[in-house]
Design a binder for this molecule. Structure first.
Ligand code: NAD
Length: 493
């Protein structure tokens, strides 16, 4: 990768450096600690240019028939498929996840392009003839205008794709602001988008950080905000964008509990829970963070999960044999280690300690190996705190009722899972659990692109989620036309 010239914006069909003396920050490979590229941060003037380009392009794009709009998406799918390996390596190099995880992420991104190609059906409205004699009523969906997408670091490709394909298929134009920590992936995606020959200004890339986001939130030409990131920032985005009259969907953080029943299949459950907790180094918003064992499950899973956590192969994700990579930054590593330390000082017992791994492979990067804590109680601060790292905490409950109460005591609501062979217990759980994504014998209950990615409570601010039907709803406004043609009755046909 070129480490000399900083990554720049793609606005109005042209690669454009930010104006003025913009700040440039380095992008570090978390597995090696080496700076692999840098990115120029955009200011208010750059957001202004992008918003103007998107606004100008909107009219022509909206008038482009949906059947034609989706042809660009078919081409985009092809390009993504053909460059999957290059994209996957880019994701691994800047986010740290393994190459297998990066390929999986891209599959999810592509799936959203495929689903958005259903726009001709999904954008249909509905109508009634003769709501009163001679009067018809029609609901039409129209695009909302310019859509902005603000993404986090942990899925540099997939998360923008929860929104972008639906937004443009629905006739909107877009501005994408990737995380400044992982800008290479969207840079490469936009190199592919450039090959689509989309009308200028339909898709724009603006790199940046807090100031860039502020300018986006305040810009009068931007109509909607799709945000994914931490709860702290999601709340700021939701409040501010609403104040500026925008339509907002803001996904936040998570603390995902998993209930393990004594009848759960030990081997399958252990493998799945371990993948959920430690896959992507615990930096998935659907990572299991708390495992609540019920009754005898305590002894079974304490042992099997300890064995599994100790045996995972951790290292540089481009090595196909690795099962887990580093966390995103030195700052993240210190934060996770201090949360683990706090948990221990509050009485948690360490079953597997992944801090400070030894060996040459771990000297420069931001590695923490899988860590397993036991004996947490509802009062422990770790039970409520998002760790966003490879640490799973075990809690114990005597009954399924107590376990569900523990699940529902958290402030987040992104995901909750249950492992059992008992259908009645499963039914009770899915009925009562307070979360938007539920897994039954599933560890990462990530909805397919044709279902909404739905967090609840502190994990989501807004009404309509990303993906599928919700995305088409979010990116369109409904217009209802009531019509009468009075001369109809006097004319002879
Ligand atoms: P983050 O909130 O730090 O950053 C997300 C985006 O917001 C970035 O583009 C960043 O530039 C911008 N930003 C940061 N601070 C800002 C501020 N003060 N004002 C305006 N913009 C700001 O999140 P992150 O660390 O990149 O990602 C990890 C978080 O995202 C975790 O909490 C994780 O749970 C969450 N996440 C949630 C989902 C979900 O679907 N709910 C999915 C993925 C990640």
């Amino acid at each position: 990768m070129n480490t000399r010239s900083p990554l720049i914006n793609y606005i109005n069909g042209t690669w454009t450096p930010p104006s003025g003396n913009s700040e440039t920050i380095g992008v570090v490979n978390p597995a090696t600690g080496v700076v692999i590229s840098s990115v120029a941060l955009s200011g208010r003037a750059d957001v202004e240019t992008a918003a103007k380009a998107a606004r100008t392009a909107f009219r022509g794009w909206r008038e482009t028939p949906v059947t034609k709009r989706i042809q660009y998406l078919f081409k985009l799918k092809d390009l993504l498929e053909n460059h999957l390996e290059e994209l996957a390596a880019t994701i691994t190099n800047e986010s740290g996840k393994t190459i297998h995880e990066a390929r999986g992420e891209l599959r999810r991104a592509i799936e959203n392009v495929e689903v958005a190609c259903g726009a001709p059906v999904m954008l249909q409205g509905y109508n009634n003839e003769d709501v009163a004699t001679g009067i018809d009523e029609i609901m039409i969906r129209q695009p909302i205008g310019v859509a902005a997408i603000i993404a986090p670091f942990n899925f540099p490709a997939m998360i923008p794709f929860w929104f972008v394909p639906y937004a443009i298929a629905s006739g909107n134009t877009c501005i994408v602001k990737p995380s400044e920590r992982v800008p290479n992936t969207m840079n490469l995606v936009f190199r592919l988008i450039e090959q689509l020959d989309l009308p200028k200004g339909v898709l724009n890339l603006v790199n940046g950080s807090v100031d860039t986001v502020d300018a986006i939130l305040e810009h009068p030409d931007i109509n909607s905000i799709s945000f994914v990131g931490s709860t702290r920032v999601a709340r700021i985005i939701y409040e501010k964008a609403s104040r500026y009259g925008k339509r907002v969907q803001a996904s936040g953080g998570a603390k995902n509990p998993i209930i393990l029943m004594p009848d759960a299949d030990p081997e399958m459950t252990t493998n799945i829970v371990s993948d959920s907790a430690f896959g992507c180094a615990g930096q998935r918003c659907l990572a299991a963070s708390l495992a609540i064992t019920v009754g005898e499950a305590r002894n079974i899973f304490r042992e099997t999960l300890s064995e599994k956590a100790s045996s995972l192969r951790v290292g540089y994700g481009l090595n196909e044999e690795m099962e887990m990579g580093p966390v995103i930054s030195g700052e993240s590593k210190s934060r996770i280690e201090s949360l683990i330390e706090n948990g221990i000082s509050e009485g948690a017992k360490v079953l597997v300690d992944g801090r400070n791994p030894k060996g040459d492979a771990y000297r420069e990067g931001y590695f923490i190996k899988p860590t397993l804590l036991d004996g947490l109680h509802p009062g422990h601060s770790l039970v409520q705190t998002e760790i966003f790292g490879p640490c799973l905490s075990l809690m114990h409950a005597d009954t399924i009722e107590d376990a569900i109460a523990m699940v529902n005591s958290g402030s987040y609501g992104n995901m909750a899972c249950l492992f059992t062979k008992d259908g009645a217990v499963a039914r009770k759980f899915k009925y009562e659990a307070e979360a938007g994504n539920i897994g039954i014998n599933i560890g990462v209950a990530a909805p397919m692109a044709f279902f909404p990615f739905g967090g609840w409570n502190e994990s989501f601010f807004g009404d309509l989620h990303g993906q599928g039907r919700d995305a088409f709803e979010f990116f369109t406004r409904k217009k209802v036309v009531v019509e009468r043609w009075p001369d109809l009755w006097s004319r002879k046909f």
